[in-house]
Design a protein around this ligand. Structure first.
Ligand code: NI
Length: 167
């Protein structure tokens, strides 16, 4: 396994729409394993392939406290949304920024698992929010896109400052 470098906002590569996975083979499973390791090391609760500069529709999620519930969703598609929820979100591509975003409270998602099997599952609360956030990444969308332009500019400046400090 390998830890992959994570792209940071406003990197234009985060804006590329990811391509569907045609066949779930060992190279896809290796990508999933590397993404999980990268997410745990960060640490974070979700990661999408475009964040590690791979333009494929693959996301990994683990909302447990002890790395006990790794999920991988390949070619995920939300087929049902219910309710509204506002939660504070963060993102490994927008480090140290947390802002409230409104999303569906419950979603049903269809995807391929790491064996290429089609699965349909319902999720709510944090998991539902996480799934929606990660699927956005596959469309080249970031959670800061839901904020005002003014807020986005402030975030950009803050990240610039952090970058300068760590260089
Ligand atoms: Ni994110």
């Amino acid at each position: 396994m390998a830890i992959l470098p994570i792209l940071h906002f406003p990197d234009p590569r985060l804006r590329i729409k990811a391509q569907p996975v045609e066949r779930v083979d060992d190279s896809v499973r290796k990508l999933v394993d590397d993404m999980l390791e990268t997410m745990y090391e960060a640490p974070g609760i979700g990661l999408a392939a475009p964040q590690v500069n791979v333009s494929k529709r693959v996301i990994v999620i683990d909302i447990s406290d002890d790395k006990s519930s790794p999920l991988c969703l390949i070619n995920p598609e939300i087929i049902r949304r219910d309710g509204i929820e506002e939660m504070e979100e963060g993102c490994l591509s927008v480090p140290s920024i947390f802002e409230k975003v409104e999303r569906a409270r419950q979603v049903t998602v269809r995807f391929l698992d790491r064996d290429g099997k089609s699965v349909e599952t319902a999720a709510d609360e944090l998991l539902a929010v996480c799934i929606q956030h990660e699927i956005d990444h596959l469309e080249g969308k970031l959670f800061v896109d839901y904020l005002s332009e003014l807020k986005r500019q402030r975030i950009r400046k803050k990240l610039d400052k952090i970058r300068r400090r760590t260089m």
